[in-house]
Design a protein around this ligand. Structure first.
Ligand code: URA
Length: 212
């Protein structure tokens, strides 16, 4: 069964959440959007100005660029689920604080469990750290990792790429390289039930959290 209710319940909880101080300055919380049975999930950092105004993820300039990147990977935005590590806008677009990341963590874990995507694309260093706390984005971007039954691909954040021309072509290339993996692993395979398994590389297990 597709866990629509679970995702919808999470969205309601997030909309009313007061676990950290970000609720006080938000206009709208941004739980995320996309199909409950999406095979691909993208995890960004946190809502910016436009996302806070609309309650939707990646609707500003970075969102437009993300749509282009998805197309390079052979994906449509309406077939993927997009969310962030923090669901409320940090004032002035500052980095999320450790206590804000910790407060939102269960929401993200529950979203991943409910959707059970085959592929997770992390956008930027904060979502990379959810899976690989010791990794550096400059060293691992574009690499396809296997974490239990799931593929995880760390990517540069689209906003960072927009601000640094040298990164733009890198992230475009990384998304384009993903298209073969998408064709082979995502579109062709029927959805499989969630089944936790051991990480492939035991060395990685120390850096992975309960979720995986
Ligand atoms: N940047 C993010 O990380 N997330 C958004 O939703 C928008 C911009």
């Amino acid at each position: 069964m597709i866990p629509e209710d679970t995702l919808a319940q999470l969205a309601h909880k997030i909309a009313a959440c007061q676990l950290c101080t970000l609720y006080a300055t938000r206009k709208f919380a941004v739980p995320g959007e996309g199909p409950a049975d999406a095979q691909v999930m993208l995890i960004g950092e946190g809502p910016g100005f436009y996302e806070n105004e609309q309650g939707k993820p990646f609707v500003g300039a970075a969102g437009n660029f993300l749509n282009e990147l998805l197309a390079k990977a052979g994906l449509n935005r309406d077939e993927v689920f997009i969310t962030n590590v923090v669901k409320c806008r940090p004032p002035d677009n500052r980095d999320p604080l450790p206590e804000e990341l910790a407060s939102c963590r269960d929401y993200l874990e529950n979203q991943i469990a409910a959707i059970n995507p085959k592929l997770i694309i992390t956008l930027g260093r904060f979502s990379l750290a959810v899976f690989f706390p010791m990794a550096r984005i400059g060293a691992v971007h574009g690499q396809i990792k296997k974490v239990n039954n799931r593929l995880v691909v760390p990517m540069y954040h689209p906003a960072a790429a927009l601000h640094q021309p040298a990164l733009k072509s890198t992230v475009e290339r990384d998304f384009a390289h993903l298209s073969d993996t998408i064709k082979q692993n995502i579109a062709a395979r029927p959805a499989q039930p969630h089944k936790p398994a051991e990480p492939e590389d035991p060395a990685e297990s120390a850096t992975q959290l309960s979720l995986f």
